[in-house]
Design a protein around this ligand. Structure first.
Ligand SMILES: Nc1nc2c(c(CN[C@H]3C=C[C@H](O)[C@@H]3O)cn2[C@@H]2O[C@H](COP(=O)(O)O)[C@@H](O)[C@H]2O)c(=O)[nH]1
Length: 306
């Protein structure tokens, strides 16, 4: 994930609308250095888990659809995770590769128990079809085969996913430079690691290489903590819940500066306490803080990537 780390650092160094505040980083590192907050994966108790390959299939489908819930004010990530879990418990073949290629919007909605069209529903359906057809073509229909092909390396897993599944290619161009963010591909590796508690399918020797997942919750939490500062026009747009265009400088800075800032918090924690904390662990803590704060205002971008 060197390309994610390096290109995010480049954005942070050339940023116009978002500033990484080193005093904020120092404050956060100081506050948590003696007792680093540990949040259990699936602290919400909403994910499917059977300790086998079907769990991997579930997580891959989940992360193929893990984006843009906010346009429907009642919809959130929990609805997706719990809805897919219920669908699988009801029908163990629901996520077979041939079935994934055939779902329609209304069927997906029904599967999730959602009473109206999902945000970006056509894109969700297209991505589901893409996952089904490429799994069938190259991985015997099984997401677990992806894991078996990557030699316990999360870096290789992300490379493999982004090579085979165009929908996971979360990259963009900022001030003429290619920037890699790879949110859904990386969160899939982290979800497998978290669900299987670092063992079996979840054993990755390089999980520390994964960066935080640049979504719309963690940037808002980092701003609250004084780690990120926004220009007054960006702060106004977030406050008034105006949409921020995908690929705009503001949007890329929000995401890339979050990745850079979490890497800096991690480095400082290591310096202060000698402890090696992964960005995945820091991310889960920051994200859980954000989703438990209903008044948190986040940026709004229509995107299939997060
Ligand atoms: N950075 C980061 N972003 C994350 C997650 C997760 C869920 N991870 C699961 C893994 C284990 C845990 O137990 C979690 O359940 C979702 N998201 C993002 O949040 C947004 C949804 O927000 P709202 O509309 O309020 O539900 C959306 O962009 C979604 O993609 C995470 O962990 N980190």
């Amino acid at each position: 994930m060197e390309e994610v780390r390096e290109s995010s650092a480049w954005v942070a160094a050339h940023s116009t609308h978002v500033t990484v505040d080193y005093k904020g980083i120092e404050k956060v590192a100081e506050a948590i250095k003696d007792s680093i907050p540990k949040v259990e994966w699936d602290f919400e108790g909403i994910h499917y888990f059977d300790n086998g390959p079907l769990t991997v299939q579930y997580l891959f489908v989940l992360d193929a659809l893990n984006f843009c819930f906010w346009p429907d004010k009642d919809l959130n990530y929990d609805n997706l995770a719990a809805g897919l879990k219920a669908a699988l418990e009801n029908d163990k073949s629901a996520f077979d590769a041939d079935r994934l290629q055939k779902y329609t919007g209304p069927q997906l909605r029904k599967m999730l128990g959602w009473p109206r069209p999902l945000p970006l529903e056509d894109e969700r359906v297209r991505l589901l079809h893409e996952v089904g057809s490429e799994l069938e073509r190259s991985f015997e229909g099984r997401a677990s085969k992806l894991i078996e092909s990557c030699g316990k390396s999360a870096v290789k897993l992300v490379e493999l996913i982004t090579r085979h599944f165009p929908g996971f290619r979360d990259h963009t161009v900022y001030k003429g430079h290619q920037v890699f963010l790879y949110k859904r591909a990386q969160i899939f590796a982290a979800d497998v690691w978290g669900a299987f508690k670092g063992e079996g399918y979840g054993e990755f020797n390089d999980i520390g290489s994964v960066t935080m997942f640049a979504d719309y919750i963690v940037p808002a939490v980092l701003e609250q903590l004084g780690v990120l500062r926004f220009s007054s026009s960006l702060a106004r747009n977030i406050e008034s819940q105006s949409e921020i265009g995908p690929g705009s400088e503001e949007e890329i800075e929000l995401r890339a500066c979050s990745i850079y800032a979490v890497e800096k918090i991690r480095e400082l924690l290591h310096k202060k306490s000698g402890k090696q904390v992964s960005s995945v662990e820091l991310d889960l803590w920051l994200w859980s803080v954000g989703v438990q704060c209903p008044s948190l205002k986040h940026h709004r971008t229509l995107s299939i990537y997060y």
